[in-house]
Design a protein around this ligand. Structure first.
Ligand SMILES: *Cc1c(COP(=O)(O)O)cnc(C)c1O
Length: 373
């Protein structure tokens, strides 16, 4: 196979290391590893295998098709369908022994009927809105929905979950309020004597910055891939997480242009002096977005070099005047480290006015991935 010029590299040992960091932080509580969005761009099946070997007790995806793919790849642990369930998928959910997360009472009877017909007892979780304000069952409606679920012998209510809207923001006290409302809800359900019903609320931000949020299970996502939640102080994870993804390209050509040369589409950059340019085979089709034009930096021979001019579909220019040894064929790091320098997804997210999650999804989805130990 011919190697691509642009490659996303994923370190399996970094994934396993991050899993251990999350496990240590959350005590003995089981870990549901979030592998939705193709494991935040890192490759769902490959990451699920690493996390399963590391001791993950369950996996979380957004929709049924992802869950089926995990099953077809040999993943045996429970797979939670956390966002996208519609009645037409219920047969598939049961056939592949996926764990449906219900958001109201709407599908309860249909799910019970299918599971009864198949002779399988189905474990379901209920997603409640304890302050996220997005998806789920309103707190005042939970007792009725729980009652409806437990009225069916073919269903087992195996868990109740909520999600934090601001787990990464320790300042506003929102997470304490949400956790408290969630725990109060659980208390009101006590007379129902639910057996083997796990409560879970903590994403990465919850694990690392909300005291007491571990409950019966935790659901880390971004921290497994080596980043803090949006805005989370790197200090909160004690700098222990290791970014698993890097994104590298190659220099195609090095050329020198005189002062006053307009570079690329729109000439949004004009050289002020004689400039040595490295031409890279990367562009917005690889997820190296146009918004990075005149903004991003890359690593060449262990040093930072600025992107100059407009990023086009397949070509990007870098000013390597300060890296005189740079030559065609050199590896260029767009995300990751080289020598003593490092460009993180948080830094790129800053240039793009977004968050690390989006950068990882973007680079991971747009490029060929390779795995290393
Ligand atoms: C994505 C997601 C998570 C993981 O969130 P991170 O911030 O990446 O740790 C946890 N729970 C639910 C319901 C999610 O959708």
């Amino acid at each position: 196979m011919v190697e691509s010029l642009n490659r996303v590299l994923v370190s399996r040992s970094a994934l396993a290391h991050n899993f251990r960091v999350c496990a240590e932080k959350s005590g003995k509580v089981p870990i549901l590893a979030m592998v939705k969005a193709d494991a935040y761009g890192h490759g769902m099946v490959e990451c699920a295998r690493v996390f399963a070997d590391s001791g993950a007790r369950a996996f979380g995806v957004a929709e049924v098709a992802e869950g089926v793919l995990l099953r077809q790849s040999g993943i045996r642990e429970p797979v939670f369908i956390l966002a996208g369930l519609l009645p037409e998928f219920l047969e598939t959910v049961i056939e592949y022994e996926l764990t449906p997360v219900l958001v109201d009472g709407g599908m309860v009877d249909a799910l019970a009927a299918v599971s009864l017909a198949r002779g399988k007892k189905v474990h379901v979780h209920l997603k409640v809105d304890a302050g996220m304000g997005r998806q789920g069952c309103r707190l005042d409606q939970v007792p009725a929905v729980v009652g409806k679920i437990i009225s069916h012998d073919s269903l087992h209510l195996a868990g109740i979950m909520a999600h934090f809207p601001m787990a990464d923001d320790p300042v506003h006290g929102n997470s304490e309020r949400v956790l408290n409302d969630f725990l109060n809800l659980i208390t009101t359900l006590r007379p129902l004597r639910l057996q083997d019903c796990r409560c879970h609320i903590a994403n990465s931000g919850g694990i690392f910055s909300v005291d007491g949020a571990e409950l019966d299970m935790v659901r880390p996502g971004i921290s497994l891939y080596g980043y803090g939640a949006d805005g989370l102080e790197p200090g909160m994870t004690n700098g222990r997480l290791r970014p698993a993804m890097s994104f590298v390209s190659r220099i195609l050509q090095v050329r020198e242009v005189p002062a006053g040369t307009g570079l690329g589409y729109g000439h949004i950059y004009t050289t002020a002096k004689t400039t040595r340019l490295a031409v890279l085979p990367v562009g917005y089709e690889d997820g190296y977005l146009r918004a990075l034009s005149n903004r991003a930096e890359v690593l060449v021979r262990g040093r930072r070099a600025p992107v100059v001019g407009r990023i086009s579909m397949n070509l990007t220019l870098v000013d390597v005047s300060q890296v005189p040894e740079a030559q065609a064929g050199d590896e260029v790091v767009l995300l990751g480290s080289q020598g003593n320098e490092r460009i993180s997804a948080d830094e790129i997210a800053g240039w793009l006015d977004t968050i690390s999650y989006e950068v990882l999804c973007l680079f991971g989805h747009c490029n060929t991935r390779e795995y290393k130990e």
